[in-house]
Design a protein around this ligand. Structure first.
Ligand SMILES: Cc1cc2nc3c(=O)[nH]c(=O)nc-3n(C[C@H](O)[C@H](O)[C@H](O)COP(=O)(O)OP(=O)(O)OC[C@H]3O[C@@H](n4cnc5c(N)ncnc54)[C@H](O)[C@@H]3O)c2cc1C
Length: 462
């Protein structure tokens, strides 16, 4: 179906990009063969680093004319194999397109190249008193976040990546460069192509520029940690906080095992209980204090064993640093194991039922699995340690049951990690005939199927 990258193609790539932006060196190929998921590495044939949108478009045109696959690469923190070049071909890395093109401070907007990391972006925006809220923990690129519609801990208040983008420039498979969306926060002109490309995982077009929405850095912030006697009490509290009219900026569930790992390795004072982490933002100290009183009342009513609220900046940062590193800490705590991370989301009212189902599955199958989730969004990650193929197969079986339960509860097979390789088989169950419409859109925009092939749509054997 696809052609190999020949010496002639390498010459043409070098003409477009310059000799230092094209590599067939093993070290470069290996570095871009696998993201942070458990999926197997697959080498591309060549890695390219464009530095301008027109170069991206020219490479796509060349690849399309020669039927060569192109897989965009942000920084490879994806957790579903989204950027693994499954069919070889050209791996297009955005590591050299990291410029901030313009800060539109008065409009609370910034226009950037796709390769900038969201943490690097926020470090530079701090001097304007602004920030880009989606926060997937890892220093993912803006392009990778938009392509995966990444979310993270602040989505409960500020939305996912899709809610924080206004306009993008996109290179199409045939080499056209188009603009989608506008810098107006209200947009009603025709089909919403902007949000068609968001979440399309590089399968419909390649993002070469994006104008993002920003919000002012909040003046007052607090962190709250509350521990509960049972998983059910903790997740019921999540629903109660969401129903109270309070507006948490983060509302996270972490299980007792994670609390133990965080307190032993990160020095945060956490009892080994099912726990919720919260953050609140306010323009006035009194508003923050009033909200915290209500949160404490709710937690007490729900039987909290511990409750600690702080506005101390260092303590708040320490807590969230620990939460952000919980995955790495868990991996480090199990040096003999690999990990598979599940990602499903349901409507908030169904969250306790989903979590109870996971607990029952763990007991029924006698398996170890940890839970951590963006609970305020109804999103859970069940993390399965495994040592061998049999352990991996078991984890996949339980993962499949959790996905089907999430769908039964009106949810989705992936809240934020995207479809990539691992979730493709669940799309027929989630989308039915709408998946055929997605195929038609793919066929229209990428008739030769060169853009990130093997992703999103179910393949043989997946
Ligand atoms: C420890 C850890 C914690 C995480 N926590 C979260 C979390 O809380 N929430 C969350 O949502 N995710 C989380 N993730 C997953 C990951 O950070 C996100 O999926 C992120 O969006 C990936 O960005 P990236 O820059 O690494 O992109 P990559 O992984 O390199 O690529 C992701 C996808 O984007 C495509 N792509 C990249 N650049 C472009 C472009 N310019 N144009 C078109 N397509 C492009 C790729 O082809 C691929 O399909 C976590 C990952 C890790 C390792």
């Amino acid at each position: 179906m696809f052609n190999l990258v020949t010496a002639e193609i390498i010459n043409r790539l070098t003409e477009i990009l310059g000799v230092s932006s094209v590599s067939t060196a093993h070290a470069d190929i290996d570095l871009h063969a696998k993201d942070q998921s458990q999926h197997h590495a697959v080498p591309a044939e060549v890695v390219v680093w464009p530095t301008a949108a027109q170069q991206v478009a020219d490479v796509l045109k060349l690849a399309n004319e020669n039927r060569i696959p192109v897989t965009p690469w942000g920084v490879g923190t994806g957790l579903e194999g989204n950027s693994i070049p499954l069919h070889g071909g050209i791996l297009m890395s955005f590591e050299r397109m990291t410029n901030i093109i313009a800060v539109h401070a008065d409009d609370f907007q910034v226009t950037v190249e796709p390769g900038i990391g969201h943490k690097d972006l926020n470090a530079q925006l701090a001097r304007h008193g602004l920030f880009f809220p989606p926060d997937p923990g890892a220093n993912a690129t803006v392009g990778g976040m938009l392509a995966n519609n990444a979310a993270g801990i602040r989505t409960v208040k500020y939305g996912a990546s899709k809610d924080n983008v206004l306009r993008m420039q996109v290179a199409l498979a045939d080499g056209r460069l188009i603009n989608v969306g506008s810098r107006s926060v209200k947009q009603s002109a025709g089909y919403d192509l902007l949000h068609l490309f968001v979440g399309s995982e590089g399968t419909l077009g390649v993002i070469t520029q994006a104008t993002l929405k920003l919000v002012p850095v909040p003046t007052f912030m607090s962190a709250v940690v509350a521990g509960f006697p049972s998983v059910n009490a903790a997740v019921e509290t999540v629903v109660a906080v969401r129903g109270s009219g309070l507006d948490p900026a983060a509302l996270e569930f972490i299980d007792a095992a994670h609390c133990r790992m965080l307190s032993t390795t990160e020095g945060v004072d956490l009892a080994e209980n099912p726990t919720i982490f919260m953050e609140f933002h306010a323009a006035q100290e009194s508003t923050l204090a009033a909200g915290l009183e209500i949160v404490e009342e709710i937690c007490t009513e729900m039987g909290a064993l511990t409750f600690h609220a702080t506005t101390d900046i260092a303590e708040r940062k320490r807590l969230w640093h620990a939460r952000h590193h919980s995955y790495e800490i868990m991996v480090r705590s199990h040096p003999d194991k690999k990990f598979f991370i599940n990602d499903v989301a349901v409507p908030i009212s169904a969250y306790p039922e989903l979590i109870a189902y996971v607990e029952a599955l763990k007991a029924e199958h006698g398996i170890t699995a940890y839970m951590i989730g963006h609970a305020g969004d109804g999103n859970i990650h069940v993390e399965f340690p495994y040592a061998d193929d049999a352990g991996y197969q078991k984890a996949m079986e339980i993962n499949g049951l959790i996905v089907l339960k999430a769908l039964e509860l009106g949810g989705t097979c992936t809240g934020e990690h995207g479809v990539g390789i691992g979730k493709a088989k669940y799309l027929p169950a989630e989308h039915g005939e709408a998946l055929d419409v997605m195929r038609s859109i793919k066929q229209t925009l990428d008739p030769n199927g060169i853009l990130n092939p093997g992703k999103i749509f179910p393949q043989n054997g997946h």
